[in-house]
Design a protein around this ligand. Sequence first.
Ligand SMILES: NC(=O)c1ccc[n+]([C@@H]2O[C@H](COP(=O)([O-])OP(=O)(O)OC[C@H]3O[C@@H](n4cnc5c(N)ncnc54)[C@H](O)[C@@H]3O)[C@@H](O)[C@H]2O)c1
Length: 332
Amino acid sequence: MKILVAGGAGYVGSRLIPHLLDRGYHIDVVDLFWFGNHLPEAVRVVHKDIFDLTVADLEGYDQVIFLAGLSNDPMAEYSPAKNFIFNAAAPAYLAYIAKKAAVKRYIYASSCSVYGYTENELFDETRPVSSAYPYGISKLQGERAVMQMADETFSVIALRKGTISGYSPRMRLDLIINTMFKNAMTKGVITVNNPSIWRPILSMTDAVSAYTRSVEASPSISGIFNVASGNYTVGEVGDLVKTSIDSLLGKKITLDIRHVHDVRNYKVSTESARTILSFHAREDASKIVHELVENMSKFSDWDNPAYMNIATFKGLDAELQAHSMKAVGAAQ
Ligand SMILES: NC(=O)c1ccc[n+]([C@@H]2O[C@H](COP(=O)([O-])OP(=O)(O)OC[C@H]3O[C@@H](n4cnc5c(N)ncnc54)[C@H](O)[C@@H]3O)[C@@H](O)[C@H]2O)c1
């Protein structure tokens, strides 16, 4: 089976793709390489924007996985216009040309952030969604656009993922457990911005498994699926990271508990993913810390800006602005 992964050089793709290669799939990646390329050599990489792909580029693929776009709130807040272009229009355009090219399945990286602020109820995929901030709105727009293309010839699976944490060769330290781990190791302190807020947490290993189940699901399956390893309050996550570091490394960590207002509070049911995709979460927050400890030597240049999406993105944006100013100057 031939699969094209858009945005495959990112945090998720850099763990998912080696796993799909091991299962015998042929994988090509199209990416802008904002954070470099940490993929195995067996992967054919195309340095291109999704918007520069045509129907002909998509011909011959069985499946397309969308992992691109601006992948967190700070990037979306920094550049709301780019956020709506890359997160809402890009997945829609890619699904449109994929369907025209007779691709059979499209897997979209959605997010539980579409649930916005909820009052401590367990949400399944049938519940109303209401984000009030650019990232959540754009992920929902992308999801709605791609889902409405699903039919008997074109399967569409949207995975509403919880916040991922864990190790990847393209590392991110701006995701809840990874950030707590970095601060614990560098400052001896874990900051908990709001201990009562709920978040579904997804281990990288479970995320890879959710994508694998989606690739291998019966061709007749389409749908939206919540995917998480578990629902936790941020206060509990802080406690688990602290106790895991203490037991694994014998390092005493202090908790700094604050009460900062948050626009995101949700917990989700993963029953649909379990019964329809056969997705079973195997890991919990402590297991994620275990994995971070095991791989720590590979990302202990803690302040590398490549590990913080917003830092890298601001740098890229400045380069793009300078480039377009030069182009305007040349045209005048
Ligand atoms: N990481 C999480 O916790 C999480 C949770 C829920 C949903 N998601 C979604 O999953 C996807 C993958 O997340 P990630 O953490 O791997 O992101 P990432 O930021 O590490 O990687 C995104 C990749 O997409 C590429 N890209 C962006 N726009 C592109 C375009 N127009 N054309 C080609 N390439 C482009 C970038 O160069 C980068 O390599 C994203 O869509 C994100 O919104 C992530």
